[in-house]
Design a protein around this ligand. Structure first.
Ligand code: HAM
Length: 561
């Protein structure tokens, strides 16, 4: 017997009725984002590994141990092959190798047709007389391997060249050639065609590209900001996202290998006001509103400033020095971090290490005047808006891009994985990724953790379970079609209807209806003829005769006590 397959460790299926809660959370988030003038961005789920190495930081736990990375096979370097092939042919037939000639001769429509056939590159070799082509012309196609597609595209290209009045290749003989690297295997069927196959010697495959499933979305958003030149609008970009992220962490409650984040980023050139402490305060105030509207109470906003990149680097060195005499007494992770990334020592949760960590210098003492002023303005705006927060000088966050304001919203109901969301400012990230100066701030909330918090806070069933307004029970299979019509009528009027099955005995219909709906509507021959239906309300136990025309209104009414 074959083994049953299961969802991969750290991943899980989300099923109804819980998915209704996910949808409600996402709808609430979209509604709040719209009111704060955010638009949605959707970036790819996988990116070049270098994006995360450079953006999130090579020394972070996420990049150094938690990424799903693979090498995406070899890439065929077509341009290199064409250049070398032309070079070689130029030495043997220096007069007649003309790359891209057809295009330059002003017949773009012909070229477009060739491209549509899949002849992505043509090299024309012909004997030139003035502007006109005469004699033998060769259409050459370069491919990483032999394929029927490439051959048939070339054959069609020749037919096209002969018949297209805009093509200058009409006059002479047209020969076809397919050039493939010597590493590509030759198939016997090739010899049948009238396409000559040339195996060309050389290295035409670039080393493979390393790709990674995104462990977070900020780096992708900033990459997209740079690539799509969003900074050139001069406007502040306010973007939100909802989607899966992937980290190979040890799975436990609230920690998964595929999890979903709801996040937002505010980024733009400094002239757009992107650096202003008001942006930080607005994001934090929006989060307080969002959590409130989601029905999450009892959260704590922990706040800190990690200063400018220079402050942070200076503090890292201060910590490194302060750790030298004490690190020998700390856990193995701290001993490693003390060397690679001393800031991470502040994240340590090992109880025995806590008294030592309490004696370490705090980052607030390493901030420059500008960062201090910025942070003071953030807290003043939060005070004015009445958003409560707790200062936590150990909150340095596990990603390297942060500058100045960093924050986390925690919730006691979550246990060890108590961070509902985290975020902060990243004023140098765009430059780190080769982009223009574009200060930014954002956050991401763990949607899985929002769901856990809401489920724990509410009665599980009332949080997620809802029932259809009616279950339609046809009495006999001959009434199935009539039941479908009745269900359609009611659904068109906006009701939530479950459709039963005429082969069920009445008792079975009642049992199924009681589980899924507030009412059962019985449809027998008599009901169909008279147009008066029998409806039972499960919560009151009352059975009523209702004319078909009044059924929708009757079913939509809330149950009477
Ligand atoms: P992060 O703190 O790595 O920040 O993740 C944000 C949130 O995602 C966490 O607070 C947590 O709720 C959730 N989360 C993280 N890992 C897992 C997991 N394995 N399972 C379930 N939930 C998880 C970031 O990702 C930054 N990109 C946030 C940001 C946006 N900073 C600036 N802009």
């Amino acid at each position: 017997m074959s083994q049953t397959l299961k969802a991969v460790r750290g991943t899980r299926d989300l099923l109804p009725p819980e998915t209704a809660l996910w949808n409600r959370i996402e709808a609430t988030a979209r509604n709040v984002f719209a009111r704060y003038n955010f638009g949605e961005i959707r970036t790819p789920v996988f990116e070049d590994t270098a994006l995360f190495a450079r953006g999130v930081g090579e020394e972070t736990d996420i990049v150094s141990k938690e990424m799903y990375t693979w090498s995406d096979g070899e890439r065929f370097e077509e341009n290199k092959m064409i250049a070398e092939w032309i070079d070689k042919n130029r030495s043997t037939q220096p007069h007649n190798v003309q790359p891209g000639r057809i295009n330059e001769q002003g017949t773009p429509s012909f070229l477009a047709k060739l491209n549509a056939l899949g002849v992505q590159r043509q090299v024309y070799r012909g004997i030139q007389q003035g502007q006109h082509l005469t004699g033998v012309t060769e259409l050459v196609c370069f491919r990483p391997a032999l394929s029927t597609d490439a051959i048939s595209a070339l054959v069609k290209a020749r037919v096209l060249a002969k018949s297209d009045p805009s093509s200058q290749l009409q006059q002479g003989r047209i020969e076809l050639r397919l050039v493939i690297p010597t590493s590509a295997p030759l198939n016997p069927w090739v010899e049948r065609g009238d396409v000559s196959i040339e195996q060309f010697e050389g290295q035409f495959f670039a080393s493979s590209q390393s790709l990674t499933l995104r462990p977070e979305n900020t780096a992708g958003v900033v990459r997209s900001y740079i690539e799509n030149k969003l900074g050139e609008t001069g406007q502040l970009q306010k973007l939100y996202y909802i989607g899966p992220q992937f980290r190979r962490e040890r799975p436990q409650k609230g920690r998964y290998r595929q999890f979903s984040q709801i996040g937002a980023e505010v980024i733009g050139p400094p002239s757009s006001g992107s650096e202003s402490p008001l942006r930080d305060a607005e994001i934090l105030e929006m989060l307080a509103t969002l959590l409130d509207e989601l029905g999450i109470t009892g959260w704590t906003l922990e706040l800190n400033s990690v200063g400018s990149a220079a402050d942070r680097a200076g503090y890292n060195e201060t910590l490194r020095a302060a750790l030298v005499p004490v690190v020998g007494k700390m856990c193995a992770d701290c001993q490693r971090r003390a060397v690679t990334n001393p800031l991470r020592v502040l994240d340590c949760k090992v109880p025995d290490d806590q008294p030592i960590i309490e004696t370490l210098p705090v980052i607030a003492d390493s901030l420059d005047e500008e960062s201090r002023k910025h942070f003071a303005a953030v807290t003043a705006a939060l005070d004015a808006a009445g958003v409560p927060y707790t200062l936590n000088h150990r909150l340095v966050r596990g990603l390297d891009y942060y500058t100045r304001t960093t924050f986390e919203f925690t919730h006691g109901g979550l246990g060890a994985q108590n961070a509902l969301l985290g975020g902060g400012r990243y004023d140098g990230l765009s430059e780190m990724l080769g982009g223009p100066r574009a200060p930014g701030i954002g956050f991401a909330m763990g949607e899985d953790r929002l769901v856990l918090t809401l489920l724990a806070a509410l009665d599980q069933n009332s949080a997620v379970e809802q029932k259809a307004e009616a279950f339609i029970a046809p009495l006999g299979e001959s009434l199935n079609a009539a039941a479908l019509i009745l269900a359609r009528e009611l659904r068109h009027q906006g009701l939530w209807i479950e459709l039963g099955e005429g082969s069920f005995r009445l008792k079975k219909s009642f049992e199924a209806a009681d589980k899924t709906a507030r009412h059962i509507v019985i449809l027998g021959e008599d009901e169909l003829k008279s147009g008066i239906l029998t409806v039972k309300n499960f919560s009151t136990g009352i059975q009523t005769k209702v004319p078909r025309g009044e059924l929708a209104v009757f079913l939509a009414e809330p149950p009477r006590e």
